[in-house]
Design a protein around this ligand. Structure first.
Ligand SMILES: Cc1cc2nc3c(=O)[nH]c(=O)nc-3n(C[C@H](O)[C@H](O)[C@H](O)COP(=O)(O)O)c2cc1C
Length: 209
């Protein structure tokens, strides 16, 4: 066998190995994505340390890469890891409903999260809420893939719209005509055991023949 033949055989062998690893990579990528989606749970207790701004940056990047109708990106996201801000809103919420402070290990109104993303969209919009939901889930899944827990908190909205919380709502600098949709708690889970998944109803999605 001459040198050129040997070289050709070597190139073919390397290409074949490349194909196999690429395929293996593809299937493991699917498995990883599915595992992240299926294992994500709402986390309702966190360590005190805020999510690092570097990690939060990646989570935000994954958020804004969500699809949106006509790529309008009609969301506004404001991240707060200022303890004083979160504690002040907590005090307002507790004043309105002292029962929430009775939850076990209660530290703050945001399920003890040290970092909260406030998600808003235009009051009048073609698909602002839908698009913001996609952004939110992208952020939560990205976080989970990095070992960071999250929990969507609809309960935050009515509190932020109270007279007392007005200065904090203003500090979010939402654009004119935007409404707050949800707060998302982020943080390193306090408990290493992930809660069990609440039951899902598979009958809600099916084929029409
Ligand atoms: C729009 C929205 C609002 C929610 N609001 C709250 C909330 O105020 N407090 C809370 O503890 N969980 C809240 N959740 C979390 C849900 O309770 C949770 O996603 C659901 O029970 C399914 O559990 P899982 O996320 O662990 O799969 C909210 C979820 C969504 C999507």
């Amino acid at each position: 066998m001459n040198k050129i033949s040997k070289l050709l055989i070597a190139i073919m062998a390397i290409s074949a190995i490349g194909c196999v690893t690429e395929n293996r990579g593809a299937s493991s990528k699917a498995e990883v994505v599915q595992e992240v989606i299926l294992s994500r749970r709402s986390i309702r207790d966190y360590k005190e340390e805020p999510v690092s701004r570097e990690e939060m940056g990646k989570i935000l990047e994954c958020g804004i890469y969500a699809p949106s109708a006509m790529n309008m990106q009609p969301w506004a996201v404001r991240v707060v890891d200022n303890k004083e801000f979160l504690d002040d809103v907590t005090a307002i919420a507790v004043k309105q409903n002292p029962k929430i402070a009775e939850q076990p290990n209660f530290r703050n109104f945001f399920r003890n999260a040290p970092t909260v993303a406030f998600i808003a969209c235009p009051e009048v919009s073609y698909s602002g809420e839908y698009d913001s939901g996609l952004l939110s889930e992208n952020m939560m899944l990205a976080a989970w893939s990095m070992g960071i827990g999250s929990c969507c908190l609809g309960s935050v909205v009515p509190v932020m719209y109270t007279e007392e919380a007005k200065p904090y709502l203003e500090r979010l600098e939402l654009p004119e005509g935007y409404k707050l949709l949800v707060g998302i708690a982020f943080g390193y889970p306090a408990d290493e055991n992930t809660p069990a998944a609440p039951e899902r109803d598979a009958n809600k999605a099916y084929y029409i023949e």
